[in-house]
Design a protein around this ligand. Sequence first.
Ligand code: 6AU
Length: 268
Amino acid sequence: MEEPMKPEDAWGLRWAGCGHPLAHRYMEAACEKRSLVILAADLPTVEGLVSLIEEVGDHVVALKTHVDMVEGFTAEGWDSVVTSARDRGMLLFEDRKFADIGRVTATQMAGIYDIRSWADFVTSHSVSGPDIVDGIASAWDDVKRVGGVFLLAQMSSRDNLLSDGYSSRTVAIGEASPHVVGFIGNGSSPPEIEALRSMVGVGGMIWTPGVNLEAAEGVLGQRYGHPGDAVRAGSDGVIVGSGIHGSGSAGEAARAYADASWAALLER
Ligand code: 6AU
């Protein structure tokens, strides 16, 4: 196998600029797999998830889950998803989109899904203010784990309410916290990603959903752009769901998204 590229060469300023250890884990794993793909594994069964992970494992750097989407959830079943993803070198990213006050959010990190015990990253809204981030971090502290928060600075769905002012205040919350590893941006719009990148500067991750190699629109208001354009505009990770799990061959699709995103990173 080809030697992986050195992360400082592939990622340039981002490698030095991002202080969070999990940002470094992500960037190293991206170099090993030559991919910036985060798989949005929006499937309703453990069996489906495990077989998808097996099919795409070589090309996916992080597994993004909606654990509350799984029918007939059991801790044992979920364990098999986590183990399967870890065995294939993926980081685990629970897209919980927390939005409550800090204290309640800390309890939601535990509970039936016990997100704090397996997730490396989680998503959170910033609408309730900065303490939500401390609530999430305290839950990781309780189980002696370190995790990273992605704040939603933009969204990919049409007519969403996240204005430019909201995005910049979200970035300010993130910059003030060592627990925030980065931001979610709107992958369907390169100009919006560029605007977010200028707010974030070099020292934060931007991961972008709303990318697809074929479609411009999804169901129920989802919008799409090209993954290569998103990365060239400043995205560090492309979050891909139906473009992979909804295609005839998930493995081949994952490779195509990996190739497009990696080539765009090397062009930057
Ligand atoms: O590629 P898709 O359209 O099949 O899936 C997109 C995935 C879904 C959404 O929950 C998620 O990306 N997403 C997110 C986040 C945080 O990942 C934010 C957003 O604005 N839009 C969006 O689609 O799993």
